[in-house]
Every structure is written in C-alpha cells, then in structure tokens.
Design a protein around this ligand. Structure first.
Ligand SMILES: NC(=O)c1ccc[n+]([C@@H]2O[C@H](COP(=O)([O-])OP(=O)(O)OC[C@H]3O[C@@H](n4cnc5c(N)ncnc54)[C@H](OP(=O)(O)O)[C@@H]3O)[C@@H](O)[C@H]2O)c1
Length: 429
C-alpha cells in the first residue's frame, strides 16, 4: 500500500474516455489501493469538440504517442480503438518506456496481444484490458486470475450486445434483420458502419482473448472461424422457437486433445438455457473448468459507465502493484495455439429446406441424410403464409460437420428443393 499519486494519461475521449473522466471527476483521489489517481493529460482527435466534461484545465496532447511518453504520465490509458494506427503506436510507446498500460481495445489485444505481452513483460510494465471483453462485466480477470488454478475446457457466450439486441428485437417484433438494424442505428445501439458487430468480428476478437487467457495460448484471431448474423431470417427464429430453441450469436472456444477451436456463429440455445434468456444488449458467458464445473456470468457488455468501471478496476490493480503475466503464462512460454479443423468437429445441427409441396419430398430428404449417416433427432413441417414452398426443418444428432455439409449439398440438388438450405449449429452449452 502506498499513498503515491498516480498521474493518468487518457488517450481517447469518446464513449469510454468520457465515462472514465466522469468517474474520476466524481471520485477525486480515487484510491482503492491507498494511492491517488489524477488525470495528468488527455488526447483525442479534436480539441474543440464539445464534450460532456471540462477538459480546459487538463494538459492537451495532439499526439497520443507524446502523451504515452510524457514524463507526467505514470499510467497510460488507451481508449482510442482499432487494432493498429495511433492506438497501437501509443501503447507500444508507453510499454517501451516501461509504463503500465490499461486499454479497452479488444481488436488491439486480439490481433497483437502476443507481441505486446512480450514487450510489456520485458519492461516489467503491466498491460491490462478487463474492459476489452464484456465491458463492465468481469470476464478477463475471472479467467486469468480467479480460475488460474483450474483447467478450463471451454468458454462460450454472447459477447456482442448489438447482435443480441438485434436478434432479441427480431423475435419480439417480428421484423426482419434489415429493419431492426436500421432502427438500432437510429437509436445509437449500432454503429453507422456495423460490420465489426454484425459480421461477428467484434465477438471473435473477444473470444480470441478469452481463449488465450483460458488455455495459456497466444491469441490467434486469424484462426477464428467467424459467421455473423446478417443471414439470420425471421423464419428460422420462428421455426427454432417451435422446436424449443432461440437463435443467439454464440462465441466459443473449446480445447480438446487436437487443439483449440475458436468460432463465432449464430447458434440455437434451448429456450430454458440462461444463454437463451440473456436478452437485449446483455452479454453472458459460460466457463467450464475441470474442477470448478460450470460458471455463468451475465451483465452489460458496453456503455460508458460499465466500461469505465472496468478500466478503473485495472487502474486500481496497477496502483496496488499487482504483477502477473499479460496472458495466463509468461509471454516467452505461451504455447502456440493449435487450431482444430472445424469440418472435423461434431455438432448437432438445425437444417431448413424450402421444398415443393408434393409427395415423396420428405422421404427423399430423410433417405439422403440416412445414406450419409446423419441421424435425425426431430422433424418439423409447417406451412408458412405467402411462401412459395413448404419449409421443412429438422435437427440432427451430433455429426461431423463435413459429413452434414456434403449431405445438405446433395439434398440441395434435388428438383423438389426450391432454395438454398440453411444450416445452424445447436450450441454445445
Ligand atoms: N463503447 C463501449 O461501450 C465500449 C465497450 C468496451 C470496449 N470498448 C472499446 O473502447 C475503445 C474506445 O471505444 P469508444 O466507444 O469510447 O470509442 P469512440 O466513442 O469512437 O471514441 C474514440 C476516441 O478516440 C479518439 N481518437 C480517434 N483517433 C484518434 C487519434 N488519432 N489520436 C487521438 N485520439 C483519437 C476520438 O477523438 P474525438 O473524440 O476527437 O473524435 C475519440 O475521443 C475501443 O477500443 C472500443 O472497442 C468500447
């Protein structure tokens, strides 16, 4: 414990930066570990932009790298965003100068985590990023610290609030993906360019970080298999519900003897499962450990207040002098991340075909699946108003994804099949 004053340089004064400065203004001398935090400098793109707090008395830096290197900065807080560019340059500059860094930047950590960890550890400087995954809901420290005594087998969850909001609204209002996305953009729940969110890339950044922390690997974002929610149709949301499931964008990381499988895709969760019940913009996470069993945590994954709380918690850790490896193990010993070929993995699946309403079609579909060795668990045929054909939906028992894909391709070639079949995995949760 120390009564030292820690001078905080904050780069990025947008949603999270504003949340942090508001928090520090409301908690003068924020001193969870006996020290005292004061803001010693700020940086953003525009000095003159109106902001919800007064920065006129704070030293201003046009260049975040200069703020990172300033002798007046004891802890550098990076809240700019982006995997490269000014955020990366400033974080590297701070670490190279041996300064502790706190960031909320999942893209940076997922894509450059190993090299930044090596730099941080070589300089003895902490690099902390609790806010990068699930915003204000604890996830990073839980996996890296609280569960370090266990062998984690899998982590899976809803890690993108925008997608969860859109899927929840589609089901509740009966509107299409495009309509709900447009409304979410109007209300400010989705970015003007929503690609990172709806394409699943934001969730992939977060699950890549959790996989690294859980399994003692370097993050390997490039190996993540990613599918977003743009292709999710209202028809599938309704048919899945009739079968007892809800469609969620699930990000998962599983460890097996073969290696690690990291993926993000729309998946079916049983209606009574906590993941299916985490609605709106909530985030939720399941962790399965060999000894501790299953842990579930749910809460806000974004927003100024919650995310700033996570940033403040990291600042408190620096002030307390906590020193740990950036990931689960020292950077020099991080095992390479062995990606598993997803086509060899076993999944239960939901498959929808749109077929002509004529005799023999269901038999042809069932026979093709049986010949391929795909075992059907349940089957639903339901006429839909204003549809050209009849949707038939089935769920399968666990099957190798390559086997199922080949069978679906064969069925798609039948003359009675009117549209491209749709396959969604049933979440392994
Ligand atoms: N928003 C959330 O709820 C949330 C949750 C968890 C994690 N995060 C992460 O937190 C980080 C910040 O997100 P945010 O939502 O706060 O972003 P934001 O609202 O877009 O704010 C970005 C800030 O960075 C500043 N900036 C941009 N380019 C700069 C440059 N070249 N030099 C200096 N400053 C620059 C901007 O300046 P101007 O203000 O002058 O334009 C702005 O203040 C991102 O990594 C994000 O992924 C956000």
């Amino acid at each position: 414990m120390t009564d030292r004053t820690w001078r905080i340089g904050v780069a990025g004064l947008g949603t999270v930066g504003a949340g942090l400065l508001t928090f520090l203004a409301e908690h003068p001398g924020f001193a969870p570990a006996g020290g005292r935090a004061v803001v010693s400098g700020v940086s953003a793109r525009s000095r003159s932009r109106p902001r919800p707090f007064d920065i006129s008395n704070l030293p201003w830096f046009d260049d975040p790298v200069a703020l990172a290197q300033s002798p007046e900065t004891d802890i550098f807080v990076e809240l700019i965003g982006g995997s490269d560019g000014p955020a990366k340059a400033a974080v590297e500059a701070a670490l190279a100068a041996g300064k502790p860094v706190v960031t909320a930047n999942k893209a940076l950590v997922a894509e450059h985590g190993a090299e930044l960890a090596a730099l941080a550890e070589s300089k003895g400087a902490p690099l902390l990023f609790e806010a990068a995954v699930m915003g204000g809901t604890p996830a990073v420290k839980m996996v890296r610290e609280a569960l370090v005594g266990d062998d984690i087998k899998s982590v899976a969850g809803i890690l993108n609030g925008t997608c969860n909001y859109i899927l929840t609204e589609m089901e509740a209002s009966g509107r299409s993906f495009a309509e709900v996305l447009a409304e979410a953009q109007r209300l400010g729940y989705a970015e003007a360019d929503p690609t990172m969110d709806i394409g699943g890339f934001d969730a992939a950044h977060k699950i890549s970080i959790l996989a690294a922390l859980a399994f003692g690997c370097a993050p390997n974002y490039a190996a993540a298999e990613v599918e977003g929610i743009a292709q999710v149709e209202l028809l599938d949301i309704r048919m899945a519900k009739d079968l007892g499931y809800r469609i969620k964008l699930v990000a998962s990381a599983d460890r097996s003897e073969e290696g690690v499988l990291v993926r993000v895709h729309p998946s079916l969760a049983p209606l009574n499962h906590p993941l299916a019940q985490a609605g709106g913009a909530l985030n939720a996470l399941f962790i399965e450990g060999a000894r501790v069993g299953r842990i579930f945590v749910q809460g806000p994954g974004a927003g100024a207040g919650p995310t700033a709380a996570a940033v403040a918690a990291d600042i408190a850790d620096v002030m307390a002098g906590a020193v740990r490896p950036v990931f689960q193990a020292p950077a020099g010993t991080l095992r390479p991340f062995e990606p598993v070929d997803p086509s060899r993995s076993l999944s239960r699946a939901y498959v929808r075909f749109l077929v002509k309403d004529e005799p023999g079609v269901i038999a042809a579909v069932s026979e093709t699946l049986a010949e391929a060795g795909v075992s059907i668990e349940s089957f639903l045929q339901k006429p839909v108003e204003n549809a050209d054909g009849v949707p038939i939906v089935l769920t399968t028992h666990a099957v190798a994804e390559s086997v199922l894909a080949a069978a679906i391709e064969r069925i798609a070639g039948l003359s009675a099949v009117l549209d491209k079949p749709r396959m969604l995995r049933i979440a392994r949760i």
